[in-house]
Design a protein around this ligand. Sequence first.
Ligand SMILES: Nc1nc2c(ncn2[C@@H]2O[C@H](COP(=O)(O)OP(=O)(O)OP(=O)(O)O)[C@@H](O)[C@H]2O)c(=O)[nH]1
Ligand SMILES: [Zn+2]
Length: 310
Amino acid sequence: MRIAAVHRSTVTSFRVGGRAKLSLPAGMTTANFAVGDWVLAHPDGLQISRLLERHSLLQRQTVGARQLQLIAANVDTVFIVTSCNDDFNPARLERYLALTNEAGTSAVIVLTKVDQTPDVTAFERTAAGLQRGLQVVPINGKSQDAITALAPWCGAGQTVALIGSSGVGKSTLLNTLARKSEEDAQATGSIREDDAKGRHTTTSRSLHTIEGGAWVIDTPGMRTLHVSDLSTGLNELFAEITELAPDCRFRDCTHQHEPGCAVQAAVKAGTLDPARLSRWSKLREENQQNTPVVTGARGNKKTSARGRHR
Ligand SMILES: Nc1nc2c(ncn2[C@@H]2O[C@H](COP(=O)(O)OP(=O)(O)OP(=O)(O)O)[C@@H](O)[C@H]2O)c(=O)[nH]1
Ligand SMILES: [Zn+2]
């Protein structure tokens, strides 16, 4: 069975004829499960007996929590959704990309609300420059054309997760992909607009099946995304910096002020965007500060931001 939703104290799964509430195995809490997990259940179909190994796992750091929060499991492609307006923010997109890379999943940037933007090309170009080989797909989430545009990642058996800030159009896109009728639809922003408290519309993650045979996981809008426990995720995202680093004089070069820095040299030569370097530096520092390093018996010391050797 596949986990369709994770609530505060229960999880639900898909089963023939609808969804079922499942009870958890001893010693496990809902925090151990992610939407998209595959589980084995007891013959009665109401109790999970075992969580199956994941091929990918999206997770995030949350303020004050020691454990990473699980966002979605067994995802093949992450659609990083952003609208072509004030929400479009390269630094935030890079955070989503780092998280996606680290999960072992591939990313596609989905630019929504193209119908409200005169110059989509500028957004496309900026988005494509955020990571080597990154695919960018501009869509109108309300139009059926979005289905065709995203079809390459939505084949049978594929799992796609939608991530992005609140209001960028994730639920709207899901409703289009799932060809959901009005009554059946995932609540979208138009409903929230009536809500005086300004609550987020999507409150929990959930798994849906769409035409063409793919699974889509909708996630709630993330206001802030802190990074931690990144390694390959960051290197892949900033490949142009990662590749220059071995040419720096110091192995632990921070590429800020050191003599003989190949990265600074590239900035001076105009081959590296200084904005990329400063965003790399900020993310790397935040990651080091948030990532616990196993040191002896206490095992939970934080690294200092500086002076750590590779
Ligand atoms: N014109 C236009 N409007 C869109 C498009 N995509 C979404 N919208 C509108 O934008 C608003 C927000 O969309 P939602 O789908 O609720 O956004 P969301 O990302 O799911 O937001 P959360 O549920 O808060 O995470 C709604 O009023 C949608 O109708 C689009 O491509 N074009
Ligand atoms: Zn350097």
